[in-house]
Design a protein around this ligand. Structure first.
Ligand code: 13P
Length: 254
């Protein structure tokens, strides 16, 4: 049985005081940790404060990106060891916005995934197709190749702990969600790809989220599907009441 994982991706929203207020507002209402993993991935600037604020609660804090090197002349970057040092637990890697605007290639994503595991960070690896790729029936080819590239060289145990977020690019921030049926079909193909790479045990254990215009109104239907183990949520994770509703759906899902 896979434990659902609901992660908010705040992208470049909120000020520090708004972020701290949010954590103060939700932290005593986070569902039990054995029912759902509850995560907020915040701008790097807020991470130390949010980790402190969430301490002792069931809320885990994640980053939205990182470099793959531990240190060096990489102006503006943050490193895996820096995240580990402040007790960040998750990191989003290969988000389509970073693939599009920051040249985050499959090869870099793979290096970052290895670096994450070397520093006790659970990677949330994003994959997904463009509208053109979907219309040309290339969704499975695209997504499978991104998954294969990201997982290259990992052990079976590491693959089993990885989180993959299937986020069709055309569904992000557009209000268009893949139907639960279509999202589940792609997540099933992702699981099948993992099975080919790492065997059936890892494929059974790996958690696959759906992301793209998820909100309290549509999350239950998505989570009911066999291969959807959680959600990666942008806009609807920014308000405490909406975020808590998503967590409640996760806690009641399986
Ligand atoms: P929205 O939920 O705002 O569509 O964003 C999805 C996303 O990109 C999460 O990583």
């Amino acid at each position: 049985m896979r434990k659902p994982i609901i992660a908010g991706n705040w992208k470049m929203y909120k000020t520090l005081s708004e972020a701290v207020d949010f954590v103060q507002a939700v932290k005593s209402s986070i569902p039990a940790a054995d029912r759902v993993d509850s995560v907020i991935c915040a701008p790097a600037l807020f991470l130390p404060s949010l980790v402190k604020e969430a301490e002792g609660s069931n809320l885990a804090i994640g980053a939205q990106t990182m470099h793959y090197e531990n240190e060096g002349a990489f102006t503006g970057e943050i490193s895996p060891s820096q995240l580990e040092d402040i007790d960040v637990q998750y990191v989003i890697l290969g988000h389509s916005e970073r693939r599009q605007y920051d040249n985050e290639t499959d090869e870099k994503v793979n290096k970052k995934v290895h670096a994450a595991f070397a520093h006790n960070l659970i990677p949330i690896i994003c994959v997904g197709e463009t509208l053109e790729e979907r219309e040309a029936s290339n969704t499975v080819v695209k997504v499978s190749s991104q998954v294969g590239a990201a997982l290259k060289g990992l052990s079976i145990e590491q693959i089993a702990q990885t989180v993959i977020a299937y986020e069709p690019i055309w569904a992000i921030g557009t209000g268009k969600t893949a139907t639960a049926h279509d999202a589940n079909e792609v997540c099933k193909e992702i699981r099948h790809t993992v099975e080919k790479i790492a065997g059936d045990v890892a494929a059974e254990l790996i958690r696959i989220q759906y992301g793209g215009s998820v909100k309290p109104e549509n999350v239950v239907e998505l989570l009911l599907k066999e291969h959807i183990d959680g959600a990666l949520v942008g806009g609807a994770s920014l308000k405490p009441d909406s975020y808590l509703k998503l967590l409640e759906a996760g806690a009641n899902a399986k």
